[in-house]
Design a protein around this ligand. Structure first.
Ligand code: PHE
Length: 469
């Protein structure tokens, strides 16, 4: 797959544009959309969060994605190698290193949650959802499921093993093929859930919580959370898109690809909210005081599945299909989290793809052990001893809220000022005729994005209370 000298020709390439777009969308679409987006929305006031989130995606997310893709395609390298090539003998390659580290760190707890989706898949197939019914039962059901540390650990290991297996397969046969099949099916299933959930009696208040913003709800906390969620959901700030861009040829239109990927990602997140909130309201839950938190979808969805007609078949079929697809969506994201480190080890350390995948997968497994025990499995890791929260939440705070935001900021500074918008725009223009859009992009990466992200970082720094603990 990758030639020993690391030359571009031997690194592998996407089969075609659709293959790339689907793989990048596969990276972007995952637990971030279906698990984290609804709980962040719930925790941050509903519709107000949605509005701020959409603005963050359009004004900051898409430009940063384009910056990453252009750095990747120009250099055809992993994030460390890319900065080394564009600015040798500077500190910039360290930014790539931060990306590799962040990828492994996010992978370590992401695959624990992904393990829950497999656990829930097994429960669904056993018919467990057909008997859950009330949200209060679903809550204890969830606590019990995730409180079993050893079971979590097993599923976490299983999920990482699947990830390693696909990454070993390389670009075309592994990553691209997996995404091509899974993404479209997920969309169809999600649409089905949305229609069902809206049709439930009493769903109206959920809809208005989600869609009718109260402007006064927009606080610094909401903006910080929305920006962090946008980077996480779009897989930005850690070089995943640099890596995916590096497998892209110069004929493709980067600008329209970035818009397409961001659009699909946002659509899936939006639909997930549209499936969750009406169902939650219909189950009689109080939306205003909603805490969000790691369990939201794992508590709400079983109540939806158990109210589907024709039990137990309804719960088994719908619940089973949904958690199967959620696991698969998570898989196309864990693949990209691992691929960043693997491409680095293959290009720079000259490891084989097999060795890199296995060793880095193992590192993520070890680092994930405390997270597997952080939701009831052990007093040490579940207790709020970790920056005032449990171990897994602390990892998410450090590596999502801080690391991705800092990473995205530095990538903007790099593309806008160091590498420079002239060189960056030249790369974007290859494959894209629309000069005025490219010009608009250069203004955004150079001025608006760094400024907006700097404000977010300043708020986090001066008012640490904006991050909920
Ligand atoms: N975007 C993925 C999701 O929403 C998570 C991810 C983040 C993947 C960063 C790669 C890089 O689930």
């Amino acid at each position: 797959m990758v030639e020993r000298d690391g030359s571009a020709a031997g690194r592998g390439e996407w089969r075609n544009r659709a293959g790339f777009v689907l793989a990048a969308a596969g990276s972007a679409i995952g637990l971030g959309n279906i698990w984290r987006f609804p709980s962040e929305t719930a925790r941050n006031g509903g519709a107000a969060f949605l509005v701020v989130y959409l603005a963050c995606v359009a004004l900051v997310g898409v430009p940063v994605m384009l910056a990453e893709l252009s750095i990747g395609r120009r250099t055809r390298r992993n994030p460390v190698g890319a900065f080394m090539m564009l600015r040798p003998r500077t500190a910039w390659p360290l930014l790539g290193g931060l990306g590799v580290l962040t990828g492994i760190a996010i992978l370590s707890f992401y695959s624990v949650v992904a393990g829950w989706t497999i656990g829930y898949l097994l429960k669904a197939v056993r018919g467990d959802f057909s008997t859950v019914e009330k949200a209060s039962h679903a809550e204890s059901f969830f606590r019990q499921a995730v409180g079993n540390g050893h079971w979590n650990l097993l599923l976490h290991g299983l999920f990482l093993a699947l990830t390693v297996f696909i990454v070993v397969g390389g670009i075309k046969k592994g990553i691209e093929l997996a995404s091509r099949i899974m993404m479209p099916v997920l969309l169809v299933l999600l649409l089905g859930l949305v229609f069902f959930s809206i049709s439930l009696e009493g769903s109206g208040s959920g809809l208005s919580f989600y869609l009718k913003p109260h402007w006064s709800d927009i606080t610094p906390q909401v903006v910080v959370a929305a920006m962090g969620q946008a980077f996480f959901s779009l897989s930005l700030g850690m070089g995943a898109m640099i890596t995916y861009g590096s497998y892209l040829n110069r004929k493709e239109n980067l600008l329209s690809s970035a818009c397409l990927v961001a659009g699909m990602d946002t659509l899936i997140a939006f639909l997930a909210g549209l499936a969750i909130f009406p169902a939650f309201a219909a189950a009689g839950a109080n939306l205003e005081g909603l805490e969000g938190g790691a369990g939201l979808i794992f508590v709400v969805l079983p109540t939806i599945f158990s109210s589907i007609p024709f039990q137990p078949i309804g719960g088994i079929l719908f619940g089973g299909a949904f958690f199967l697809l959620l696991s698969l969506a998570a898989l196309t994201s864990t693949i990209s989290l691992l691929e960043v480190g693997v491409s680095w080890a293959v290009d720079e350390l000259r490891w084989t793809r097999l060795k890199a995948s296995i060793l880095l997968g193992l590192a993520a497994f070890m680092l994930g052990i405390p997270s597997a025990f952080a939701n009831g499995g052990s007093r040490l890791f579940s207790g709020k001893h970790w920056l005032g929260m449990n171990f897994m939440d602390a990892m998410a705070m450090i590596f999502i809220t801080y690391s991705l935001t800092v990473g995205a900021w530095l990538i903007c500074i790099f593309a806008g000022w160091v590498w420079g918008t002239k060189a960056a725009a030249e790369e974007v223009r290859a494959g894209c005729e629309n000069v005025s859009l490219v010009r608009a992009w250069t203004v955004l990466v150079r001025y608006l994005c760094p400024l907006a992200i700097a404000i977010i970082l300043a708020v986090i720094y001066f008012r640490p209370g904006v991050i909920p603990t």
